[in-house]
Design a protein around this ligand. Structure first.
Ligand SMILES: CC(C)(COP(=O)(O)OP(=O)(O)OC[C@H]1O[C@@H](n2cnc3c(N)ncnc32)[C@H](O)[C@@H]1OP(=O)(O)O)[C@@H](O)C(=O)NCCC(=O)NCCS
Length: 162
């Protein structure tokens, strides 16, 4: 798997992967990805297999705001290239590519870029079932998110400080 920066030419495939990973009410929409790819393509990574197929992606903007809120998902203009925190808005692996360590590789690359860029750390929200998954990267559970209620489920905020 190669890890490459995304650009707008991958819009359709990214939107399709998102739909294969989340129920409708939780999935980011194509127009949202279009905005994200326009505003912060350097914070959007893809995992590409030998045949050029895109297996997975990770994305999120950078901000001085310490807590992740739903507004961030829909407002790319809140991105601040000099911000302290690398947010993680989505980590998705197409079902047929799962259990091969692809999400792990993407997350490790995303975190190493953020650390090289001098960020304070990274923040994400996740469902309870994935807390253990993110702990392997050094994320610490901060409890139920106050700022994210998207899809009507309970989200936990997790933070890794470099
Ligand atoms: C979560 C997701 C990104 C993982 O993708 P993946 O490429 O299969 O992940 P990896 O192969 O790198 O890692 C899987 C490994 O992580 C570990 N892991 C997974 N869930 C875990 C958990 N809850 N606790 C501890 N470890 C966990 C296991 O060791 C697992 O190994 P296995 O595949 O042998 O079972 C993928 O299942 C997905 O896209 N799900 C739908 C979208 C989603 O929920 N994304 C996260 C948003 S918060």
């Amino acid at each position: 798997m190669d890890i490459v920066f995304a650009d707008i030419s991958y819009l359709d495939v990214i939107a399709n992967i998102e739909r294969s990973c989340f129920p409708e009410e939780q999935a980011a929409k194509k127009h949202q990805f279009c905005e994200r790819l326009s505003v912060y393509p350097k914070h959007f990574l893809l995992a590409k297999d030998d045949s050029g197929d895109i297996a997975a992606f990770i994305n999120g903007f950078v901000t001085d705001l310490a807590d992740l809120t739903d507004e961030m998902y829909t407002t790319p203009s809140l991105h601040d290239e000099n911000g302290a925190w690398q947010m993680v808005f989505g980590l998705c692996t197409r079902p047929e590519y799962r259990h091969r360590g692809i999400a792990k590789s993407l997350m490790e690359k995303f975190l190493s870029l953020a650390e090289e860029q001098g960020r304070k750390g990274a923040v994400l929200t996740c469902k309870q079932s994935l807390i253990g998954f993110y702990e392997q990267f050094g994320f610490v559970n901060e409890g139920i998110s106050q700022g994210s209620v998207i899809g009507g489920v309970q989200w936990y905020q997790m933070r890794k400080t470099f």
